[in-house]
Write a protein that binds this ligand. Structure first.
Ligand code: NOJ
Ligand code: NOJ
Length: 526
């Protein structure tokens, strides 16, 4: 299972390169609200004459090579699972994203609204960074089929009667009519977020493509609406307080992940409605995002455990769940549970500690990169009580996408700390910092320029990388990633070439670059 890769050259991934396409001007009116998230300024590092850390390299050379190579490979595998050009999706309807090429044990040869939206988010990011038309074609086809799925009567209902909560469809777009955990209310939110970010990317790279006809397919200011994004926003804003199944398709409740992605969709939907001259809708979405914000802020904190809960009241569950990390990554915002929120770091620590002893594979030291024990990442599962083994119910295993999500949260946190120029160790996040400091973290404020500031951030970066190193250990030599890896042996199991496994790895690797840039620009590392 353990393969040592030959040294490969540094692969600059297509996504990471600023390809320098020309942004067409004049800017359209949309541009006021569709800002691109700012990376911190170049001058930041030069303002700080702070001590560099000359000691051991922050990233061992072999790991860097693997991370970049896998990033390139994972993006290719992700595209393989999208029709019509993807090698694994030849007979699927154009624009559909298959969850995995696996057709039996398990059969994942379907399109899940959630998996597809998250995956297409990566393609939108590739488009935003490169302006490459081939990505635009893929996303346009995705939008087309999603519009068709919204209008496909299915066991959850019809267009305005709950059908948007249907979690999965056949690859040709037909409804899936067998029993399933339905509805799942996160899908419309994730789809709206992906399409709104597409609109933003397109508006920046090629505003002339955003003509009225094209735009009204995505958003019209009508009620009842005939547009994809507005249909999703209407669904979310009217149903968010109803229970549904969680993203793992197992329990009916109100869920952290579902609520937080719904809230972000409504915030971005409000801005979109505002920009597109739909003030009443903007007002309505705003009122509902505020209600959701209030609900999220008061409902999920588990004071006793010092971390968040992923559900409101499901029995037989502790509430610790990687859905918390995924929620912060896909739905967190500046003002509520972003990845760097103290509560999210505390929850990450709770998960890592639990899985480090629960899954025997985590007691073995991964090869390649021998971190100090305190900075050793582990394979993260969905939640401690999980019994889904990838095919049926026996016992749970670590998941690639959960393991990636831990590193991704940390990369985002590092970037943020540098951007704001300080961080604080407080009662809530202390358990996280104690974890990486062997119980010796000290509460207080750390300011950029202090030696300790850089020291903590370097530890966080190494810790984040060590989760990717776990993935490296269990990836095949040709970079395949299934859904899970065995809790004892580390061998891959569950649906092969899971699209979401590749997408989440890719997201982590991309955000790692931003964290590394931040550390370099701030002078924390050379
Ligand atoms: C299949 C679902 O996709 C998975 O998330 C769930 O754990 C199992 N069914 C439970 O049987
Ligand atoms: C099972 C996972 O629990 C669920 O989140 C996912 O949507 C499906 N598999 C398809 O990948």
């Amino acid at each position: 299972m353990v393969f040592l890769r030959g040294l490969v050259g540094y692969w600059a991934c297509m996504n990471g390169l600023a390809l320098g396409y020309v942004i067409n001007s004049p800017a359209s009116e949309l541009q006021h609200v569709f800002f691109s998230p700012s990376r911190f300024s170049d001058s930041l590092g030069s303002l700080l004459g702070i001590s560099k850390r000359p000691s051991d390299p922050i990233v061992p050379p072999g790991l860097e090579d693997w991370i970049q190579e896998q990033r390139r490979i994972s993006f290719g595998y992700l595209l393989d699972n999208i029709a019509p050009n993807g090698a694994n999706a030849k007979d699927a309807a154009p624009g559909s994203v298959i969850a995995s090429p696996s057709k039996h044990a398990p059969n994942y040869y379907y399109q899940w609204v959630r998996d597809a939206a998250i995956t297409m988010g990566d393609v939108v990011e590739a488009y935003a960074n490169s302006g490459d038309e081939k990505y635009k074609h893929i996303i346009d086809a995705y939008a087309d089929i999603q519009g068709a799925l919204q209008n496909t009567f299915n066991p959850s209902g019809g267009y305005t009667t709950g059908g948007l909560g249907e979690p999965k469809f056949q690859v040709d777009g037909a409804p899936f009519t067998e029993n399933w955990a339905r509805p799942q209310r996160d899908g419309p939110a994730l789809r709206a977020l992906t399409l709104i970010s597409y609109l933003r990317a397109l508006n920046e790279s090629d505003p002339s493509a955003v003509d009225n006809q094209w735009l009204s397919r995505l958003y019209d200011a009508k009620l009842p609406t005939n547009s994809i994004i507005k249909a999703d926003l209407e669904y979310i804003s009217h149903t968010w307080n109803m229970t549904g199944f969680d993203l793992w398709e197992e329990i009916t409740d109100l869920h952290f992940f579902t609520a937080i992605v719904q809230r972000k969709a409504l915030v971005e939907g409000r801005d979109l409605a505002h920009a597109l001259n739909d003030p009443e809708a903007a007002h309505w979405y705003d009122s509902q995002q505020l209600a959701l914000k209030d609900f999220l802020a008061r409902s999920f904190w588990n004071k006793k455990e010092g971390r968040l809960n992923a559900y409101l009241e499901s029995p037989f569950r502790s509430g610790a769940d990687c859905a918390l990390l995924l929620g912060a990554l896909h739905g967190g915002q500046e003002d509520l549970f972003p990845p760097w929120a103290d509560e999210i770091l505390a929850s990450l620590e709770a998960l890592a500690s639990d899985f480090s002893t629960r899954y025997p594979v985590n007691q073995m030291t991964p090869p390649f990169y021998r971190e100090e024990e305190r900075l050793r990442g582990v394979g993260i599962g969905r939640y401690p009580e999980d019994r889904y083994d990838g095919v049926g119910l026996s016992e749970g295993h670590p998941w690639f996408l959960c393991t990636s999500s831990a590193s991704n949260v940390l990369y985002n946190t590092i970037e943020r700390y540098v951007e704001q120029g300080y961080f604080e160790i407080n009662d809530i996040n202390l358990r996280f910092f104690n974890h990486i400091r062997d119980g010796k973290a000290i509460k207080g404020k750390y300011t950029m320029g202090d030696y300790a500031f850089g020291d903590y951030l370097v530890d966080m970066f190494k810790y984040a990388d060590s989760f990717l190193n776990v993935i490296r250990w269990h990836a095949t030599s040709d970079g395949h990633l299934s859904e899970q890896f065995n809790r004892y042996s580390g061998f891959q199991r569950g649906a092969k070439q899971l699209t979401w496994s590749h997408g989440s790895y890719l997201g982590a690797a991309i955000d790692r670059d931003a964290a590394m840039d931040a550390l370099q620009e701030s002078g924390v590392v050379a």
